[in-house]
Design a protein around this ligand. Structure first.
Ligand SMILES: NC(=O)c1ccc[n+]([C@@H]2O[C@H](COP(=O)([O-])OP(=O)(O)OC[C@H]3O[C@@H](n4cnc5c(N)ncnc54)[C@H](O)[C@@H]3O)[C@@H](O)[C@H]2O)c1
Length: 265
């Protein structure tokens, strides 16, 4: 990737941004892209090796990044990383609360431990990190919060009612906070990706344990996407970049589908 030049505007110059689950997929793509646009990045993830690789890649490209290793299903850790990140970066201007996982597939024979773990990561960790970040963001420069929801937070998911429940919660949370925090100058938005080519995709599609059924389900999904393919993580990162940049200064309370047109019908 080329380094920024004068003809390449630094759209996040000097912004101090924490990205949860930033060691892989869209979070990693975001960390690398944001840093190329002049942001100082801190990622929080429980995969120490992958997190270290992201930091190395950002630094090798001339950017600034550090990593915190944390299991975000643990609320103490989910809260702590926000303060630690802010201390490391000298403040906080942005939080991309991106952490999430597929969770249990069906509803019958629900494993309550799976359910609680998925609620902890998909909902509680977002609430914990966002609530800790708000007072810090009030001191920040043109601050904003981005939460990763999903198209399953905009329309129901036959395959994953629990995941959909959680992602609708994220969209409602983002919209509510946009109303509450607008007068403080804090923008709050949700990103709603369709299927994205990251390590989460095969996990999401294969939860039934039936490889052929999973393949067919993905094929059926892709056939219903107007653009006829899954997204690349970088395509989501570019949407996140815009939402977190000052170019989106008048955008708050939106749940932006980045889904190849899937939710257009
Ligand atoms: N991939 C998709 O198709 C898709 C679609 C819509 C929404 N999403 C959402 O995007 C987000 C992440 O997706 P991705 O595709 O970038 O995933 P990914 O699988 O590429 O990366 C997930 C990251 O989360 C980290 N992680 C998992 N559990 C953790 C925990 N308990 N504590 C700390 N870190 C943890 C992993 O180590 C990994 O680095 C989730 O919120 C997901 O719901 C994904």
């Amino acid at each position: 990737m080329p380094m920024p030049t004068e003809s390449f505007p630094l759209r996040l110059e000097g912004k101090r941004i924490l990205i949860t689950a930033g060691a892989s997929g869209m979070g990693r793509a975001g960390a690398e892209l944001f840093a190329r646009h002049g942001a100082v990045i801190c990622i929080a993830d429980y995969n120490a090796n992958s997190a270290a690789c992201v930091v190395e890649a950002v630094r090798a490209a001339g950017g600034q990044a550090s990593a915190l290793v944390a299991d975000l299903t643990d609320m103490e850790q989910a809260r702590h990383i926000v303060h630690e990140a802010s201390e490391r970066m000298g403040g906080l201007d942005g939080l991309w609360a991106h952490a999430g996982a597929p969770g249990p597939q069906g509803l019958e024979n629900l494993d309550w431990n799976d359910y609680r773990r998925s609620m902890a990561l998909n909902v509680d960790a977002t609430v914990a990190s966002v609530s800790e970040a708000i007072p810090l963001l009030r001191q920040g420069r043109k601050p904003s919060i981005l939460m990763t929801a999903s198209i399953s937070g905009l329309v129901g998911s036959q395959l994953s009612p629990i995941y959909s429940l959680e992602k609708f919660a994220i969209v409602g949370f983002a919209k509510s906070l946009a109303l509450a925090l607008g007068s403080d100058g804090i923008r709050v938005n949700a990103l709603c990706p369709g299927l994205v080519d990251t390590p989460m995709l095969p996990t999401f599609m294969s939860r039934s344990g039936d490889a052929e059924a999973s393949r067919l389900a993905q094929e059926k999904f892709v056939a219903s996407v107007p653009l006829g393919r899954v997204a690349q993580p970088e395509e989501q990162a570019h949407a996140a970049l815009w939402l977190m940049s000052d170019e989106a200064a008048y955008i708050t309370g939106i749940a932006l589908p980045v889904d190849g047109g899937f939710t257009a019908r």
